[in-house]
Design a binder for this molecule. Structure first.
Ligand code: FEO
Length: 397
């Protein structure tokens, strides 16, 4: 795709990865692909802000060549070391031999350990400014959003924030701006991105947004490193981040389970009947058929989660384990939970679910519900009541 004008003399020169379907190894499903956004700011001095994943290097260089001779690039601002944004730097430096890299001290160390280059590097920290001529760049360190090296770059004259991964979405689209695409899909992809990448750092997200607000940084446009640019009321994604970081969610219960011979599934279906009898929204997902990344997105919208597993070898089904393991790392805020499941001669699954929920800092608000072998009529009624009582707790939470 050709370069795209973002503002006068500021251009998107990134690449669209239409076919990527997993990100961060196999942890994040990218059903809609992604983009690697790089931005070229042309002034008396020319700066390239971030680059692209290495297979897309030539695409980016072609986009740059449409605008200037790459040898004219003076600075390459590296907001983040991760290879999807730094992979092309070695090649850019071959074609832009006078360019100096700009980033945090941790970025310098991280680049060295990734690429082993002896590169000219200018270390910057929060509040440092660098004039390009008519425009100037201001830097804001953003450690652990989401790597230690992460940094935001701010173009003061345009109130343009270039926050790299923050506020991104994995969505390959021919459009480059938020007001050109479907708002519901956009916010859904932004929510999935937050849940799968930024959830563990929610405390830092709140602090960083508050810090930027206190600095009086005006924001007219947010141009992240993945997905589209927020130019239409960008405060809505900032507000959404604050809400997700604080754990704001609807009266909604996510029921996630797997079943061996159908008993835990019968329990799950009776439980959601109980939830619905309280007028509370619910969604039922069986693990092997549902994508983990999508389930975490559903959790961001839900105040409560009920987790079910049949017992095997006195523990959870192996299909449930990866979900719980990742949940432990994501540590979603302000959720309530309970466990359920069928068993034959030892109900170890619910105990293991509860242990994992505790490690994820999720509050367990009801004793686990278990059923031996197949639920009979009275046990189905107990499942219904379990769902109903949990729904009441969600309404009160
Ligand atoms: Fe898009 Fe942390 O890289």
């Amino acid at each position: 795709m050709a370069s795209v004008k973002v503002l006068e003399n500021i251009f998107w020169v990134g690449a669209i990865d239409w076919n990527i379907r997993t990100f961060h190894g196999f942890t994040y499903s990218t059903h809609r692909g992604t983009t690697y956004n790089a931005y070229l700011i042309v002034d008396e001095k020319t700066a390239l802000v971030d680059s692209v994943y290495v297979p897309f290097t030539e695409e980016m260089m072609e986009n740059i060549r449409e605008i200037i001779d790459p040898s004219k690039i003076d600075y390459i601002v590296v907001n983040h070391v991760e290879p999807d944004h730094s992979g092309a730097i070695s090649e850019v430096l071959k074609q832009s031999p006078n360019a100096k890299l700009v980033g945090t001290a941790r970025c310098q160390a991280g680049l060295q350990k990734h690429y082993f280059g002896n590169w000219d590097f200018k270390v910057v920290k929060t509040d440092d400014e660098m004039s390009l001529g008519e425009r100037s760049l201001k830097f804001i360190e953003a450690p652990m959003l989401h790597w230690p090296d992460s940094m935001f770059t701010y173009v003061e004259e345009d109130a343009l924030l270039l926050p790299n991964d923050a506020f991104g979405q994995h969505w390959a689209t021919s459009k480059r701006f938020d007001d050109e695409i479907d708002e519901n899909i956009l916010m859904d992809e932004a929510a999935k991105y937050y849940a799968n990448i930024l959830w563990p750092f929610s405390g830092l997200v709140i602090k960083k947004i508050e810090e930027i607000q206190k600095m009086g940084v005006k924001i007219n446009m947010i141009a992240p490193s993945h997905g589209v640019i927020w130019r239409s009321n960008p405060s809505r994604i900032v507000e959404a981040y604050l809400g997700w970081a604080k754990g704001d969610a609807r009266d909604r219960i996510l029921v996630v389970y797997d079943t061996m011979w159908g008993s835990t599934e019968k329990m799950a279906k009776a439980i959601i009947e109980g939830i619905m009898s309280e007028g509370v929204e619910t969604i039922l997902l069986r693990l092997p058929f549902s994508d983990r990344g999508d389930i975490f997105k559903e959790l961001i919208y839900s105040k409560g989660i009920l987790l079910g597993s049949s017992t095997i070898n006195n523990g959870i089904l192996p299909t449930v384990a990866p979900f719980l393991e990742e949940l432990k790392g994501l540590r979603p805020k302000n959720k309530i939970a309970a466990a359920f499941g069928s068993f034959g001669w030892g109900s170890g699954a619910v105990k293991e679910i509860e242990e994992k929920l505790e490690k994820a800092d999720i509050e367990i608000v009801a004793p686990a519900l278990t059923v031996k072998w197949v639920p009979d009529e009275s046990e189905i009624q107990k499942c219904f009541e379990f769902g109903k009582e949990f729904a009441k707790k969600v309404k009160k939470s």
